[in-house]
Design a protein around this ligand. Sequence first.
Ligand code: IPM
Ligand code: MG
Length: 371
Amino acid sequence: MEFTIAVLAGDGIGPEVVRQGMRILDTVGRHFEHRFTFREGLVGGIAIDTQGTALADETVTLCRAADAVLLGAVGGPKWDDPAAATRPEDGLLRIRKELRLFANLRPVKTHAELLDSTPFKPEILEGLDLLVIRELTGGLYFGKPKKRWANTRGRRAVDTMSYSEQEIERVLRLGFELARGRRSSLVSVDKANVLATSRLWREVAIEVGKQYPDVELRHMLVDTCAMELIRRPAAFDVIVTENTFGDILTDEAAVLAGSMGMLPSASLGGRAPARRSSAGVSRAFGLYEPIHGSAPDIAGEDKANPIATILSIAMMFRFSLGLDAEAEAVEAAVGEVLASGYRTPDIATPGSSVVGTRQMGELIANRIPGA
Ligand code: IPM
Ligand code: MG
């Protein structure tokens, strides 16, 4: 089959990890007889420098015309001036909003081989396999008013947390659908003891939950969830939560997996789904990116872990392209390379063979079997 992939590499280590993602796409294309055509666009700091905006209209058009989007990372010290009119992060937020990617899926698993790379006792991580679904186009990130001003009494700023029932319903519905294909347990995370948006969230969760009697629904306050995530992480199956809570909880959850460099993500929504895939939901247009940032401290040094990006490609196969066998082949290849003792510096342990970004990508590509 033929697919067009929009590639927005971004800043810092973004281009390095994305390059390895493209290598995996090329390898899968050769072995499984698909053709992936790449259309590259700019996002983030590099877009500010060359196009004067963190995401140009032409880049949005390029993404809309593609079957899926692969994104690296944005940001860096060069663009960190708090007084700047545009920030690299604006590009990321705009692409999510423009493409209506309302659900951000962040699966967290432990690879048996990486148990030594986490600060947790092995028994805490045993059986860990959870999926955080973060609402991605609402809440504090986009609510209006959002501004800063000054008067005679000093400076002031406001952000607004706002949600409509439709925004809450669609992301919860996806959560229930995905929970059905897993262990049928869903934790809806909110702060209903304080926030009006959270009380609406909980009400809608109960309503949607009635249509999924086969899925166990629990409600948890976000502060309790932060604690339970490190106390008994294996007890979670699917977590669904609003934008800001999801941002914070997924960085915390990344520690469970050993490194930010291991965690992929899929942002779904938008365009009409084509057909059902084994992932349990209909195929949807999506944007795929590692959850880590641009890591400017190691950019250009061939030290970044490309596994989060490579696992994001597996998610792209599953959720947007309907290539389930290809997704499994990529995930198995990652597992084999880790089992053989190869590690990038972020997950290195005594006795492991430390390799760079490029070599890790090559090792994984070489383990991808033919169709
Ligand atoms: C993430 C990041 C972004 C976010 C930043 C870079 C804007 O932290 O994808 O989790 O807050 O959504
Ligand atoms: Mg984040």
